[in-house]
Ligand binder design. Structure first.
Ligand SMILES: [Zn+2]
Length: 273
């Protein structure tokens, strides 16, 4: 059994502000250590349940947050950016399941720490076909492209609820209760990481028992639509050939999810200017 742990930082234990997840701020050093510990808890749970291999993707910012010297030595780490599959680097047909650690809700969600969708300055909303979703949906669809299910998520209550609403009854570790975008009641690392470990272990056990939702596979071709914050962003995103433009919405249709994902990333990169 081979597991990919796809990580982000906003849903990590204790995180409530942008400063804590932004390189260069004094607080960042503390929270990258906590991120490493949350990931280690998931690795421990996966191996406790019988996983043979664990690969980690560092998915936040420039993909260089996890402290490799403190990472569980049984895992391998995909870091740096841009990589071919970004937050899902390491996914392929050899992976049996994906875990989302430190995930956050889509932009515009009430009661959700640092809610945003891919780029907090650029993207207001995204749709996959007609499904309004966030990073969790994009990344789950990339896993689905390879026939791989998502089996667990950690983050605040809203992130976990959005993932289960989209994917079904996956294991969740709600390690903070958000009361706003920058406020939450947080569990301490000891408690939160035990919860992550237990959820990861149960997720792998349930997968082995055949008790997990199917991979998230979209109808093809796949249309990915981005609503940008300003029209100049849409001006730039629509420079990509064969995109369609409606106001601040730009969409692109691709034959399958892997190229829809790279097309999406290209649109956001251009839009940001
Ligand atoms: Zn992030």
């Amino acid at each position: 059994m081979k597991i990919l742990i796809a990580t982000d930082m906003e849903g990590i234990t204790g995180v409530t502000t942008w400063e804590q997840v932004t390189p260069g701020h004094a607080e960042y050093a503390r929270f990258r250590r906590l991120m490493t510990q949350d990931v280690n808890a998931a690795i421990r749970g996966a191996f406790d349940a019988g996983a043979d291999e664990v690969v980690v993707a560092d998915g936040h910012w420039n993909g260089s947050n996890i402290l490799i010297e403190e990472l569980d030595a049984r895992a391998r780490l995909n870091n740096g950016s841009p990589s071919p599959l970004s937050m899902m680097e390491g996914i392929d047909q050899s992976i049996d399941a994906v875990m989302f650690i430190g995930y956050h809700a889509r932009n515009g969600s009430p009661g959700a720490i640092l809610d945003h969708t891919w780029s907090s300055r650029t993207v207001a909303n995204i749709w996959l076909n007609d499904i309004l979703t966030g990073e969790y949906g994009l990344n789950a669809a990339v896993a689905g492209h390879f026939g791989v299910p998502v089996i667990m998520v950690s983050g605040d209550q809203t992130a976990c609820a959005q993932v289960t609403e989209l994917l079904g009854n996956v294991e969740t570790a709600v390690i903070k209760q958000a009361s706003g975008r920058f406020a939450a009641e947080c569990l301490t690392p000891t408690v939160a990481q035990e919860m992550i470990c237990v959820a990861a272990k149960r997720a792998v056990e349930r997968l082995a028992e055949g008790d997990m939702p199917n991979p998230f596979v979209l109808d093809m071709p796949i249309t990915v639509t981005i609503e940008l914050f300003t029209s100049d962003m849409a001006d730039r995103a629509s420079l990509i050939p064969f995109t369609k433009r409606e106001g601040t919405r730009v969409s692109l249709t691709a034959p399958e999810m892997s190229s829809a994902y790279t097309g999406f990333r290209a649109m956001v990169t251009l839009a940001a200017g």
